[in-house]
Design a protein around this ligand. Structure first.
Ligand SMILES: NC(=O)c1ccc[n+]([C@@H]2O[C@H](COP(=O)([O-])OP(=O)(O)OC[C@H]3O[C@@H](n4cnc5c(N)ncnc54)[C@H](O)[C@@H]3O)[C@@H](O)[C@H]2O)c1
Length: 298
């Protein structure tokens, strides 16, 4: 059984579906039920338990014995959070995200659950960028939180290292997701090209929720041990203008570690490619072309 915290959220819904489609038994643990849930549940409904993971007792219960439906938990995907800067007062975001991440790691450790995958964030690279990063493409060596939200994610990465040291058999994989997108979000993408500053805040990157879900599964299935962090974005940028053009215009002083490919993601996904076998498939251009073709066929 895999428990997904935040399974009713934008990314969580897609992660839960992906894992179920791949044959995993999944329980979503969230403050809110999954959309379209029936009472009593019907076949095909997502298994769901309401729990507040900022409460340690609730987290322990959610991962051990909600009721007879929850068999032995073998892995946890921790996505529950206040999911962006500015959605709550800074201290509330900080407290919610750091305490929930601590509770998830500590409950996993006490319960002998050794497989934990959790959502860190692109903000740990320094997003949003008023002036640009130290170098491009950005990689996992960078920790430069600029907000209380980002600080909570960076501290999650630090906590993971210490938990993995205390419990060397644990695997704790943090995925630094780019900005999560669903297919209906792509209709507005072609407009971004008009203004290089339209999406410079996160280096013109994105992550399709389906590719994000695949990254979660690959991380769950990987044989790694210890604490790891991976940048997770799609392979292409949201722009059709080349990276050289937009970087020259918007971040002219930023150093390039190597020549930039025309439209590659400026959040490096090399480590995830090498160590997890991550290969994003849902490039936005393909989706927009498919939508156009559909509209033309009437
Ligand atoms: N959306 C993005 O662009 C993005 C980018 C990078 C990282 N992330 C991270 O990915 C994860 C998922 O993001 P999302 O966009 O799906 O967020 P979301 O806000 O859509 O979903 C978060 C879910 O967590 C649940 N939740 C919040 N607090 C909880 C608590 N105390 N106990 C139990 N459940 C709780 C909410 O009810 C919600 O269903 C988050 O950790 C977020 O920080 C998101």
């Amino acid at each position: 059984m895999i428990v997904v915290t935040g399974g009713s959220g934008k990314l969580g819904r897609v992660v839960v579906k992906h894992l179920m489609d791949k044959g995993y038994e999944v329980t979503s643990v969230d403050l809110a039920p999954p959309p379209g849930q029936h009472n009593p549940p019907r076949p095909g409904d997502v298994r769901f338990a309401r729990a507040d993971v900022t409460d340690f007792g609730e987290a322990m219960a959610a991962f051990s014995m909600i009721d007879e439906r929850v068999e032995k938990v073998t892995g946890i995907v921790h996505l529950a959070a206040i999911a962006a800067p500015g959605l709550a007062a800074n201290h509330v975001t900080f407290a919610t995200n750091t305490i929930s991440t601590y509770n998830v790691f500590e409950a996993a450790r006490q319960l002998g659950i050794r497989n934990v995958v959790w959502a860190s964030s692109e903000t740990v690279y320094g997003v949003p960028y008023p002036k640009g990063p130290a170098y491009l493409p950005v990689d996992e060596d960078i920790q430069r939180p600029e907000t209380a939200y980002s600080l909570s994610k960076m501290l999650g990465e630090e906590m993971a290292k210490q938990f993995a040291r205390w419990e060397p058999k644990m695997k704790i994989v943090g995925l630094r997701f780019s900005n999560v997108q669903e297919p209906h979000d792509y209709a507005r993408f072609p407009e971004f090209d008009r203004d290089p500053k339209s999406r410079h805040f996160n280096l013109w990157t994105y992550i399709d929720a389906r590719d994000g879900a695949e990254a979660v599964r690959l991380a769950l299935e990987s044989k790694l041990k210890g604490a790891h962090v991976f940048g997770i974005a799609n392979a292409d940028s949201v722009m059709s203008r080349t990276n050289d053009e937009i970087v020259d215009k918007v971040f002219p002083k930023t150093k390039r570690k190597r020549p930039l490919k025309e439209n590659e993601s400026l959040i490096s996904i090399e480590r995830a490619r090498k160590e997890l076998g991550y290969r994003p498939k849902h490039a936005w251009r393909k989706q927009v072309e498919a939508l156009k073709g559909k509209a033309e066929r009437g």
